[in-house]
Design a protein. Structure first.
Length: 167
């Protein structure tokens, strides 16, 4: 597993984590990093750079979602293969991650819309919240990946509902 700290002029912009057999997770980490870039481009009033960076982050998010949804539909999801005594904690954490990802997607769409429509007051209030939700979605996503494939061997590949609820 490789960690790369993204630093420019003494500021930390994100962390790139690469160790995955599925390239979708690499895209996810890159998206998370681009989502953090609002700190650099927006705070320095580089609005064109901010617009391009956030658009790129949205493109990576869409690519990730398409890959994830395709894998889910055509292959299925991996059930938790760890010990039964911690399965409930994993399930709660997974549901938290799914909730964060859903909220992040909605906030991301609204943030992009308000940014492109030049609704500056709304965009400035919502943008930082969106970035924080995206960032924590990225962190929890990596944690779910580690729990499924690194710390424990993945369980059977099954439907989404069975994988989440373990039925």
């Amino acid at each position: 597993m490789n960690f790369k700290l993204i630093v420019e002029r003494g500021r930390i912009y994100g962390i790139l984590i690469t160790y995955t057999p599925y390239h979708k997770h690499d895209l996810y980490c890159i998206k998370c990093n681009n989502g953090c870039d609002w700190l650099g481009t927006n705070q320095q009033k580089k609005l064109e750079a901010h617009k391009k960076t956030m658009t790129l982050a949205a493109v990576f998010a869409v690519i990730f979602f398409i890959i994830y949804a395709s894998r889910t539909v055509f292959i299925g999801n991996t059930a938790f293969g760890g010990p039964d005594d911690i399965k409930i904690y994993y399930t709660i954490f997974l549901i938290f991650h799914i909730t964060l990802a859903t909220v992040g997607a909605v906030l991301g769409i609204i943030s992009l819309y308000t940014g492109y429509k030049n609704k500056v007051a709304t965009h400035r209030k919502l943008g930082p919240i969106t970035s924080v939700v995206w960032f924590f979605t990225g962190i929890t996503g990596v944690a779910v990946y580690l729990l499924l494939y690194v710390f424990y061997h993945g369980g059977e590949t099954t439907s989404v509902i069975k994988a989440i609820l373990g039925t």
